[in-house]
Design a protein around this ligand. Sequence first.
Ligand SMILES: *Cc1c(COP(=O)(O)O)cnc(C)c1O
Length: 424
Amino acid sequence: MVEPTREHAFSYRDGVLCAEAVSLDALAEEHGTPLFVYSHDTLVSRFHRLRRAFAPLEPLIAYSVKANPSLGVIRSLAREGSGADVVSVGELERALLAGVAPGAIVFSGVGKRRDELEAGLAAGIRCFNVEVAEELELLSQLAVARGVVAPIAFRVNPDVDAKTHRHITVGRKVDKFGVPFEQAVALYRRAAELPGVDPRGIDCHIGSQLTQLDPFRQALARIGELVGTLRAQGLAIEWVDVGGGLGVRYRDETPPTIEAYAEVVRDAVSALGCQAILEPGRILAAPAGVLLTEVLYRKQVGEKRFVIVDAAMTDLPRPALYDARHDVWAVREGTPLIQGDVVGPVCESGDFLAREEQVPDAQVGERICVLGAGAYCRSMTSTYNSRPRAAEVLVRGDEVHLIQRRERLEELWAHERIPEFLGS
Ligand SMILES: *Cc1c(COP(=O)(O)O)cnc(C)c1O
């Protein structure tokens, strides 16, 4: 029986939208807006649901830190047994600080610098996902100099179209990611010769926010082919890292369930007799967060209506970057809807949180929130227009934990200097 799982823990109680047991109005009073609010329960239940769906395979679930790199978020998942997928030395240090075991960390990324490879070697991570031939040579040299052997997988580009937004489809031949499929065998042979690396796995990540299973099936079929070829040449492949990429429902999408996705991956990976590594980001974090914001003004120009709020594209860049549409809910239950735009104060017409949608007709001083804001929102914020970055709170039952305070104005220029010749 498939257990009915709530998508997230944001619901109305006594007429007010709550995160678990805490009113979003109360959170806004206490911590100000814009504010990211995360549900610990949602985050952790998503992780367990994924683990259950994969149970017979007992995969390493390496949470993709870039989705939401807050230490409190990484730690919440690490305590449940999650590893980490990192793409920079900064993310590596975060994962280690948050308590992820080095043996559960995989290091991905198309352009790892020498110091980043060094940091991974020093930590003794589970695997380097190598994307370029030159990276392999450099990694081997650095490992030899340290007297260690680095476990590696090649990130193979299977040349499939993930059929998602053009900025987040990454597994076609024309994309910059991974080593070309045709070169993979030669690269594995080269890796087997080098003294500082040990090719033990194979890796593939074809894109993000995928709403169909077919691209995963196609990619895994190609990976299976390659594993067969490699084995025929005497190269052992212990694990398949299937990357991340499963989509979530932001508004109208109908992505496959975690269970349906798991079935596809399980079938392919167990047929190969390999271990599995997963690198989920969005499916764990996105539904676990909302961006809470206050209505500053309202404006009507002809027929066009605008709700002007104190959050902006600097806090939630997905609409501007990916044409993303998110659900927007009023904190007060029963707030009527109007056709219009929810916009921020930034000087860009791309600065909108919702455009030409049914949005809450919230009054000045009332609050609304953008759902599905737990992944690729706070982690992609900027300080454009000299806007300090928003605070983040993690709610657990009726407890509220500030996991990142709001950036202070003076922190925006703390690292700047006016050259002396300009006078004081
Ligand atoms: C971004 C990324 C992920 C996570 O993708 P999601 O769509 O958030 O699941 C996994 N692996 C790699 C290599 C990535 O770049």
